[in-house]
Design a protein around this ligand. Structure first.
Ligand code: AMP
Ligand code: GLY
Length: 415
């Protein structure tokens, strides 16, 4: 369930290992890989009916908003096997204050923080932590709820916009102020059935729109896996320090976490610190990770959904994978729509995968841009550099007016 590049990658990985796949609401790119049903993500009754009417063996919920809204609970109540946490467990992403509280209880390393509900309290926390400081809307804000303030004035402005002006609505009525941290970031995703943990190798995404990580943040302009500075033995240690204690703490509270637990971790000079949890596959990390899976992804996800997941890393091929996002004109502002897209077949003929996200068919039947992140072009290689070259060679065959692409995804990594 979902309509983005992450879901397209899921559809293709599941279809590729022989599953019959339905996608709701899906996107035009998925029509080649799945039976697409245009059901809105907030229409839980219709989504539940699809799962029961079609006798679906496994439902994978892609995005966070429906999980936080309780879609997994509604599906489970109707007897479906679901990969995705309950509404209660999805609070790990739905509330940064809750995530902090769980991390504190579980002894998981994270930045010092204060949860505040008015500007004065917020400014006292800013004074305590010093600058720069992170000001984070508590709730879901479509990836836009974090401001790294370099001055007291910026911190105050961020606090006022969230707490007084309500720019994120209820999601910003509570704010987490966190000490500023520095270091390389890693996305570490693990599947759990509530007890066992099956991690993926480390991945990295590139959030700012501009090369050299400049400019405003986006949903992610590209991704890579593996991450040479986070080898598997380090990923195992991080899972022991982060994912396992959180999953144990959630079970202890009677709200077991089953689904994908994605930890965004910063490798600071003082050790790893968790910046955030997501309760679902990352986008665009998934577009790089899933083509590396070395077994039947569906069997693993089904085991997580039904209980009995093997407590071992997800089997992966040793290949490297890079995904490059092609974004629409004006993104991450209000993206321009309706630009005709060409060259996808040529790109795929090179062996690359093209995952669609912000696309639509116009009245003439042309594939056109219809969102900020339009496509992700992914390729495998023996090394990160090989994968990167292959992804960029394929991306060069795709055209649409106003296209934006970072040329430095996965650049300069030893491997
Ligand atoms: P989050 O949604 O919490 O992952 O934050 C989005 C991005 O903001 C992260 O990927 C980091 O690049 C940055 N960020 C979050 N928290 C901090 C922090 N405490 N110090 C510095 N940068 C941060
Ligand atoms: N790649 C960041 C996210 O999925 O939230």
């Amino acid at each position: 369930m979902g309509s983005g590049g992450r879901e397209h990658a899921l559809v293709r990985a599941l279809g590729g290992s022989g599953w019959t796949v339905f996608a709701a609401p899906g996107n035009p790119g998925m029509a080649a890989d799945a039976d697409v049903r245009p059901i809105a993500m907030n229409d839980h009754a219709a989504l539940v009916a699809l799962a029961t009417d079609e006798g679906i063996d496994l439902v994978v919920v892609g995005p966070e908003a429906p999980l936080v809204a309780g879609l997994a609970d509604d599906l489970r109540a109707a007897g479906a096997a679901v990969l995705g946490p309950s509404k209660a467990a999805a609070q790990l992403e739905g509330s940064k204050a809750f995530a902090k509280e769980v991390m504190l209880a579980a002894g998981v390393p994270t930045g010092r923080s204060e949860t505040v509900t008015n500007v004065d309290e917020g400014m006292r926390a800013v004074a305590e932590f010093g600058l720069p400081v992170a000001v984070k809307a508590d709730g879901l804000a479509a990836g836009k709820g974090v401001v790294i303030a370099q001055s007291e004035a910026e911190a105050r402005e961020a606090l006022q916009s969230m707490l007084d002006q309500g720019v994120f609505g209820d999601a910003g009525r509570t704010v987490v102020v966190e000490e500023g941290l520095t270091g390389p970031e890693v996305s570490l995703l693990a599947i759990s059935d509530g007890t066992a943990v099956a991690r993926f190798p480390a991945a990295r995404d590139y959030k700012p729109i501009g090369e050299g990580n400049t400019g405003p943040n986006t949903g992610g302009m590209g991704s890579v896996s593996p991450v040479p500075d986070i080898p598997d033995h380090l990923a195992d240690m991080l899972v022991d320090e982060v994912h396992r204690p959180v999953i144990a703490e959630m079970a202890r509270r009677g709200i077991p976490f089953s689904g994908v637990l994605y930890a965004g971790i910063m490798m600071t000079p003082g050790g790893p610190k968790v910046l955030e949890f997501n309760v679902r596959f990352g986008d665009p990390e998934t577009q790089a990770l899933l083509p590396r899976v070395g077994g039947d992804l569906g069997e693993i996800l089904l085991a997580a959904a039904s209980g009995g997941l093997a407590d071992q890393p997800v089997p992966m091929t040793p290949q490297a994978s890079v995904a490059v996002v092609l974004a629409a004109a004006n993104y991450p502002g209000d993206p321009r729509t309706g630009d005709v897209i060409t060259g996808i077949d040529q790109a795929q003929a090179t062996g690359a995968e093209v995952f669609q996200a912000g696309t639509a068919l116009n009245a003439a039947g042309d594939l056109v841009t219809n969102g900020g992140r339009v496509l992700a072009v992914q390729a495998l290689g023996d090394t990160v550099e090989d994968a990167r070259e292959a992804a960029y060679a394929a991306a060069a065959l795709i055209h649409f007016d106003g296209q934006q692409m970072r040329r430095d995804i996965a650049a300069g990594m030893a491997s």
